[in-house]
Design a protein around this ligand. Structure first.
Ligand SMILES: Cc1cc2nc3c(=O)[nH]c(=O)nc-3n(C[C@H](O)[C@H](O)[C@H](O)COP(=O)(O)O)c2cc1C
Length: 186
């Protein structure tokens, strides 16, 4: 059974991302098609990229990099939960992605974005990043609005229809994660 990480990509105190990622995880763990785990980037306390050798060479020197690499290597696919900061993803998530290379390669990913405009620009940027990391990104995408899916921009009250989209996204990530495992094995 594929292992899928739901990656919480915002780290600031009071972040809305925590409720969003927990909601995705709660929907995911009712499914039986994969093993799902919530991974909080904040728990890994990564500094700004401090490895001397480019990650594509896989020569990690720091314990924080090795710990992060080991966690990401253990998954077949990912669901990135991303805020939109200045029309992109968070610096913390981009930095965490940049730390590694082979651990992302030939896997699948989907995106849950949130922000004033549904986090769509953050997700578009992430899709470009995924191409460089050889990650197959699925079409289904969840876009949550600060205006209609949150009260007072901070209490998460997602519209009901988003649940169906989360399930479509998960289904696509599972199918492509399974397919990409074959690619990695070949
Ligand atoms: C530094 C910063 C920049 C932001 N820029 C945008 C933006 O460009 N577009 C947008 O829709 N929302 C933007 N927002 C609003 C965030 O998407 C919103 O506050 C969201 O809750 C942030 O995620 P977080 O609470 O998990 O940190 C920005 C927020 C911050 C803190």
């Amino acid at each position: 059974m594929p292992k899928i990480a739901i990656i919480l990509g915002s780290t600031r105190p009071g972040r809305n991302g925590e409720a969003v990622a927990q909601w995705v995880f709660d929907i995911a763990r009712r499914r039986t098609d994969a093993e799902y785990e919530l991974v909080d980037v904040a728990d890994y306390q990564l500094p700004l990229l401090d490895e001397a050798v480019p990650p594509s060479l896989g020569q990690y020197s720091h314990p924080h990099t090795k710990r992060w690499a080991e966690k990401i290597a253990s998954f077949d696919g990912f669901v990135f939960v991303t805020p939109e900061y200045n029309h992109s993803t968070s610096g913390a998530l981009k930095n965490a992605i940049d730390f590694l290379y082979a651990e992302w390669n030939n896997k699948a990913a989907g995106f849950v974005g949130y922000g004033s405009a549904g986090g769509t620009r953050a997700v578009e940027h992430l899709r470009l990043v995924m191409a460089e990391l050889k990650v197959a990104d699925v079409r289904a995408q969840v876009s949550l609005s600060l205006f209609t899916d949150f009260e007072e921009f901070s209490r998460f009250t997602p519209a009901e229809h988003h649940t169906e989209t989360v399930n479509s996204l998960l289904e696509q990530v599972v199918i492509w994660s399974t397919a990409m495992a074959t690619v990695r094995a070949s």
